[in-house]
Design a binder for this molecule. Structure first.
Ligand SMILES: [Zn+2]
Length: 217
């Protein structure tokens, strides 16, 4: 594991212990994924990223809009350190939880995402009568996945039409400007406090976790 990532995890642990000492109960944080040596190019393969499903006792999931914003903001706050505490000794990038895509191309990509077959559950599939639907991606012109009504919830962070895994233009300032109002409010103050630039950039990532990667200093 990257020593920088170890320092991020260490900071998560000390923040959790502090919350526990202040009376918090239950699970403080949950790690969904850490080192994935067998997968394609990814900071996870290099031991430089962690996926977090629960933080500060709050579930991070596109269906839990408010909790997701509170959890991610608290994570960032913990990395910046409390009163009299130093910033974490690492530079990070955040992959923020995002909503499933609703635009036709995006919905098709989600529906046929080989790495995440569970995403199919979010969609109803419509097709022209008389034609057979196959599992071949992008070849079935008459197949149209439509996001189920119950999953059409407001976005917590970015507009869902933004390209996943890609940072909005303009670096960190551009990413903050692209945030929806509530998240933007939470992040603006933290970014102002972050004079040493612990956080370098942000981008839309998975549906049900915060992705944290350490980046070059
Ligand atoms: Zn990840």
């Amino acid at each position: 594991m990257s020593p920088d990532l170890a320092r991020v995890l260490d900071r998560m642990l000390s923040a959790a212990e502090r919350r526990r000492a202040d009376g918090a109960t239950g699970v403080d944080f949950a790690i969904m994924s850490l080192y994935r040596p067998d997968k394609g190019p990814s900071p996870h393969r290099d031991g430089a990223a962690v996926d977090i499903g629960v933080y500060a006792g709050k579930t991070i999931n596109f269906m839990r809009t408010k909790d997701s914003v509170l959890a991610v903001a608290q994570f960032y706050r913990d990395m910046l350190g409390g009163e009299g505490e130093a910033k974490v000794d690492a530079k990070i990038a955040l992959g923020l939880p995002r909503n499933p895509r609703m635009d036709p191309a995006g919905a098709l990509a989600e529906y046929y995402d080989a790495g995440h077959p569970e995403k199919k559950n979010y969609y109803d599939i419509t097709s022209t009568p008389g034609r057979v639907i196959t599992e071949k991606p992008f070849t079935v012109a008459n197949t149209r996945p439509v996001l189920k009504m119950e999953y059409q919830v407001p976005d917590a962070f970015f507009q869902r039409e933004l390209e996943p895994d890609r940072s909005p233009a303009g670096g960190l300032a551009g990413a903050v400007a692209a945030l929806r109002p509530e998240a933007q409010q939470a992040f603006k103050l933290l970014v102002e406090k972050d004079v040493g630039k612990v956080l370098r950039f942000m981008f839309p990532d998975g549906l049900d976790h915060l992705h944290v990667q350490v980046v070059r200093r």
